[in-house]
Design a binder for this molecule. Structure first.
Ligand SMILES: Cc1ncc(COP(=O)(O)O)c(C=O)c1O
Length: 343
């Protein structure tokens, strides 16, 4: 919902820049196709939002990533030029500050420069990773996020706010209000009187009646405190580096992506399967559900540049270095179980 809110504002802005009001006219066929850029590692919520906003998933131009899973800026530049030459209207770059797969952070500063030069809206999907910025060791990687026109954050991820709570940050509050405001007569107030001067959140998003989700965010921030938050996030990032070291040191594991924040992607790679890509994938695919059912550890899986991988995402307050060792042991056990089941 945060993404949808942000991209609705971006769409409203793009139409306004091009001289039409999308709230009145929708997306008329005679206007050039709007184009939105996303890296191949970008989250599917951007696509869902583009579909719901009537842009169509064809409006998404997927930009390849480099070997570290960050958006390739040169490829983005070339795509923008090609789209303009073909008569389309690039309007937004949806960057990631912590991709769902590996936690990669797109080069936000370069993207912010490019969006300024090209008059594009910069949206940052920081659903998982944006709050990672409070860790001083990784903070420089987020440089440029403050220049984004919109940022989506999920407090129910790294802030441990109870599910669900999405947060949309839009730099131009007047534009956001223009995007959504519709106050029926029975809710209208007289300027300067009574409650009239409060911000009415129903004017800044699709919902009119809405729950007080912000309360739980506020409470978490109050109880954790800034210092507590920094400590927790630093702790998770350190644990991820420790897990990476354990994997790198083990002869039966292989790490398959750099560790930026608290996500570690790897494969179980026993000696007898080395060199047998099909066998490795089969084994890793088979062990995931078995591991999940043990209740000892919970891993998800993903596909990185075409390769199946196990994915550990460390977000829980109580996780300790011991859990990391247990995790790798549990993967070995699940693999052994899967071998047994095959026989
Ligand atoms: C980068 C990123 N964006 C968006 C989402 C979607 O968030 P949700 O599942 O809360 O809708 C996720 C979920 O993992 C994510 O990691």
């Amino acid at each position: 919902m945060a993404t949808l809110t942000c991209l609705a504002a971006a769409r409203f802005w793009a139409a306004k820049e091009a001289g039409w009001n999308v709230r009145e006219r929708g997306l008329p066929a005679q206007n050039p196709d709007l184009v939105l850029y996303l890296s191949e590692e970008g989250h599917g919520c951007i696509r869902k939002a583009a579909e719901m906003l009537g842009l169509g998933s064809n409006a998404l131009h997927l930009i390849p990533t480099d070997s570290t899973f960050r958006m390739d800026v040169a490829a983005l530049r070339a795509a923008i030029q090609a789209d303009r030459a073909a008569g389309r209207q690039p309007f937004c770059v949806a960057a990631s500050a912590g991709t769902v797969n590996t936690g990669a952070i797109d080069p936000l500063s370069l993207l912010a420069d490019m969006c300024t030069e090209e008059s594009l809206w910069l949206h940052v999907d920081g659903a998982y990773g944006a709050v990672g910025k409070v860790d001083p060791h990784v903070a420089p990687l987020f440089e440029g996020i403050e220049r984004a026109q919109s940022v989506a954050i999920d407090p129910h991820k790294w802030l441990s706010v109870p599910v669900e709570c999405g947060c949309a940050l839009v730099s131009d509050k007047h534009l956001l209000r223009e995007t959504f405001s519709l106050v029926p007569p029975y809710l209208q107030l007289e300027e300067g009187k009574g409650f009239a001067n409060l911000p009415w959140f129903s004017e800044y998003g699709f919902q009119q009646t809405r729950g007080f989700r912000a309360l739980k965010v506020w409470m978490v921030l109050q109880t954790t405190g800034r210092q507590g938050l920094v400590q927790r996030i630093q702790h998770h990032n350190v644990l991820a580096q420790q897990l990476a070291s354990l994997i790198d040191a083990a002869s039966d594991f292989e790490r398959v992506a750099p560790v930026t924040l608290s996500i570690v992607c790897f494969r179980y790679l026993p000696l007898e399967l080395q060199g047998d890509e099909e066998g490795i994938e089969q084994m890793n695919r088979a062990l995931v559900p078995l591991l999940q059912l043990t209740g000892e550890a919970f891993l998800t899986s993903t596909v990185l540049h075409g390769q199946f991988a196990l994915r550990a995402c460390i977000l829980h307050d109580a996780t300790t270095p011991d859990d990391l060792r247990i995790l790798l042991e549990s993967v070995r056990h699940a693999a052994a179980l899967s071998r047994k089941q095959e026989q």
